[in-house]
Design a protein around this ligand. Structure first.
Ligand code: 6OG
Length: 163
């Protein structure tokens, strides 16, 4: 029997702006590591002793160069993986108010998307279930149960989103 792994915490920041009258969401194409090849918000793992908010701000700046004027906590997502038994908890923030443009980093290639043209087919499957509610301004908790092969198969078998 494998040892029971502990839960791993991550942050994820969804950045918004209004551009030429249209509301837009910033996504980054992940160039390496977990979720490579998918569009996603910006975030990552905690440094020792770091608060959730500090981690979110640090990861956003490291991966995009951006520092937001406003950022608020909006969601907590729990991910289970059938094959590995891995447990991940992701703390999601909404941010806005940016001075410059995002820069490409070793981790992410950034692009602004109109909120009515989100590339769901090239994102984590769970985003399909919660991002529309996030875009609508809701706060919620979500649970997503990934099929075996998690990252490669990208298939949520069961889920729940609770306000
Ligand atoms: P680094 O490898 O960059 O952290 N993340 C997920 N995001 C979504 N939408 N769905 C998932 O389904 C995710 N799993 C992880 C959290 C990984 C980054 O990717 C996010 C972090 O922002 C399983 O350190």
């Amino acid at each position: 029997v494998e040892a029971i792994g502990s839960i791993k915490d991550y942050t994820l920041v969804e950045c918004f702006r209004t551009h030429e009258g249209k509301r837009q969401l910033l996504l980054g194409m992940k160039k390496r590591g977990f979720g490579v090849g998918k569009w996603n918000g910006f975030g990552g793992k905690f440094d020792a002793g770091e608060t959730v908010r500090d981690c979110a701000l640090r990861e956003l700046e490291e991966e995009s160069g951006l520092v937001p004027e406003r950022m608020e906590w909006r969601a907590q997502l729990l991910f289970t993986f059938r094959d590995s038994g891995k447990l991940m908890r992701v703390h999601v923030f909404a941010a806005e108010g940016f001075a410059g443009e995002p820069v490409e980093t070793e981790e992410m290639a950034p692009r602004w998307f109109d909120v009515d043209a989100i590339p769901y087919a090239e994102m984590w499957h769970d985003d399909t279930f919660w991002l529309p509610r996030f875009l609508a301004g809701e706060r919620f908790e979500g649970w997503f149960d990934y099929a075996a092969g998690g990252e490669a198969t990208n298939r949520v078998l069961a889920h729940e989103v609770v306000p």
